[in-house]
Design a protein around this ligand. Structure first.
Ligand SMILES: [Zn+2]
Length: 415
C-alpha cells in the first residue's frame, strides 16, 4: 500500500511540474497551439490535452481558433492556448526615491493598467508612503474592466531586502532602516487577500529584463539600475545572484575613491556617491536633490550641446565604466544592460564607459561582453515586482481555484 501511495505522489509531482512548465511557456511566449506545447514540453498530445483542460478549468487560459491573419496549414485548424486576462494577476508597486508607481499586471507580463506619481520620498515615513500608495492604487483598481484575480502584491524597494522575510534592512536613499514594509502594505490592502513579496529594485529590473527584455537569450547577464541609489541585479548561469541573505549586487557601495564624498550608506567614496543621481546633478551645477525634474533639465541641456551638462555626464560615465570593468572581470557576463537613470542618459555615457572598459577590463571577457540599454524602460521594476508576486502561481498553477468554486452564491450548480 505504501508503495502505491509513493507512486501516486510521484505522479502528482510530475503533473504539477508539467502544469508549471506549460504555464511558464505561455507566460514568456505568444499563444501556442497544443502541438507547439507538446513539442516544447516534450510530452504527448494526450498529456497536453489534460494539462490544458486543467488550466482552462482553473480560469488561467482559454482556447480559441487561430487568428485568420495567420496562414492556416491544410487540414483541421489547430486552436491556440492563450492566457486569460481575468486569470491570475499581480498588483505591482514601485517605491522609488522620486516617485511611486503601481500597475496591475496579468500573466504574460501584460500591464493592464498603471499609474505613477512624482514626489520626493527621501525621509518619508513608511506609513506615509503606504498611504500615498493607497491613493494611487484604489482608483487604478476601480477603473479596470475584466480585471485579473490578484494573487499577489509585488513591491520594488531601492534598498537591501532580507530574502527570508522581506524586511527592508536599509534603504539609504529613503532614510529607512529595518522597516517591515510588507506588513504595512498587507494591512493596507488586506481586502485584496493577496500575499505580499518585497524585492530590491535592481534585482527586480534584472529579472524582468532577463525574462522579457535586454537579457533574453543570455545566461550571464548584469542589469545596472540607478536612480538616486545604484545597484545591480546579477544573473549567473541563469540564476539571479542573491548572496547569503539576499543582499548581493550592491555595486553602488564598492569604494572607488577612498576618502571621497560621504555616501548615504555612511562610507566614503562609494561608486554611488561618485556617479549616482545626486553626484551627477551636483557636477552639472544643479540642485543634487532636484530629482526627476532636474534630471530632465540636465538631459535637455545636454541635447542642446551644453558643455557643462555634457562633461558632467561624461564624468559619471567614466566612474560607471570603472565599476562595470570590475564586474566584467569578476562575472564574465554576456551582456550588461543599463537601466533607470543610466538607461535615460545612455547615449551620453556609452562612449566613456566603453573607454574605461577598454582600459580596465581584461581583454578576453571584455571582447565578449555587450553593453546595451534596458529594453523595458521604467516598466522593468513593475514587471519584476509582478514576476515576484506571480511566482507561486507559476510554480504551482493548481493553487488557482477551479472556476466552479469561484461561482457566486446562488449560481446554478452543475454536478
Ligand atoms: Zn555607499
Amino acid at each position: 500500500m505504501r508503495m502505491h501511495g509513493e507512486i501516486e505522489g510521484a505522479q502528482a509531482e510530475i503533473r504539477r511540474r508539467n502544469l508549471s512548465r506549460m504555464l511558464r511557456e505561455l507566460h514568456v511566449s505568444r499563444p501556442l497551439s497544443r502541438s507547439e506545447l507538446a513539442a516544447r514540453l516534450h510530452v504527448d498530445r494526450s498529456t497536453v490535452a489534460s494539462l490544458v483542460s486543467e488550466l482552462v478549468g482553473r480560469g488561467i487560459v482559454l482556447e480559441r481558433p487561430r487568428s485568420r491573419l495567420v496562414p492556416q496549414s491544410p487540414g483541421r485548424p489547430s486552436p491556440v492556448v492563450e492566457l486569460r486576462q481575468s486569470g491570475p494577476g499581480a498588483l505591482a508597486l514601485d517605491i522609488a526615491t522620486d516617485w511611486l508607481g503601481a500597475a496591475v499586471v496579468g500573466l504574460g507580463g501584460k500591464i493592464i493598467a498603471s499609474a505613477r506619481r512624482d514626489l520626493s520620498l527621501s525621509n518619508a515615513s513608511p506609513e506615509k508612503v503606504v498611504a500615498d500608495l493607497a491613493g494611487i492604487v484604489r482608483p487604478l483598481l476601480a477603473g479596470i474592466e475584466n480585471a485579473p484575480r490578484l494573487v499577489g502584491i509585488g513591491v520594488s524597494v531601492p534598498g537591501l531586502v532580507r530574502a527570508e522575510d522581506g524586511r527592508v534592512h536599509a534603504a539609504p536613499a529613503l532614510g529607512w532602516r529595518d522597516v517591515a514594509i510588507g506588513e504595512l502594505i498587507k494591512e493596507e490592502f488586506a481586502d485584496l487577500g493577496a500575499s505580499v513579496c518585497i524585492g530590491n529594485d535592481a534585482d527586480l529590473a534584472a529579472s524582468a529584463e532577463y525574462l522579457r527584455g535586454a537579457g533574453r537569450g543570455t545566461g550571464n547577464f548584469i542589469c545596472i539600475w540607478g536612480e538616486v541609489g545604484l545597484g545591480a541585479g546579477i544573473v549567473v548561469d541563469g540564476r539571479l545572484l542573491s548572496g547569503a541573505a539576499g543582499y548581493a549586487g550592491e555595486i553602488g557601495h564598492m569604494t572607488i575613491e577612498p576618502g571621497g564624498d560621504l555616501c548615504h550608506c555612511g562610507a566614503r567614496g562609494c561608486l554611488e556617491s561618485v556617479v549616482g543621481e545626486e553626484a551627477l546633478l551636483r557636477r552639472s551645477g544643479r540642485d543634487p536633490l532636484g530629482g526627476t525634474a532636474a534630471i530632465e533639465d540636465l538631459v535637455s541641456a545636454a541635447d542642446r550641446g551644453d558643455e557643462v551638462a555634457l562633461s558632467a555626464l561624461v564624468e559619471s560615465g567614466r566612474g560607471l565604466g570603472i565599476g562595470i570593468a570590475g564586474l566584467v572581470n569578476i562575472f564574465n557576463p554576456d551582456r550588461v544592460a543599463l537601466g533607470g537613470l543610466y538607461g535615460r542618459v545612455y547615449r551620453y555615457v556609452r562612449a566613456p564607459i566603453l573607454l574605461e572598459l577598454e582600459a580596465r577590463a581584461m581583454p578576453a571577457p571584455r571582447a565578449m561582453v555587450d553593453l546595451v540599454t534596458g529594453r523595458l524602460g521604467g516598466n522593468a521594476l513593475l514587471l519584476g515586482a509582478a514576476e515576484l508576486a506571480l511566482g507561486p502561481t507559476l510554480d504551482d498553477p493548481a493553487i488557482a481555484p477551479l472556476l466552479q468554486e469561484q461561482a457566486p452564491a446562488g449560481a446554478v450548480h452543475h454536478p
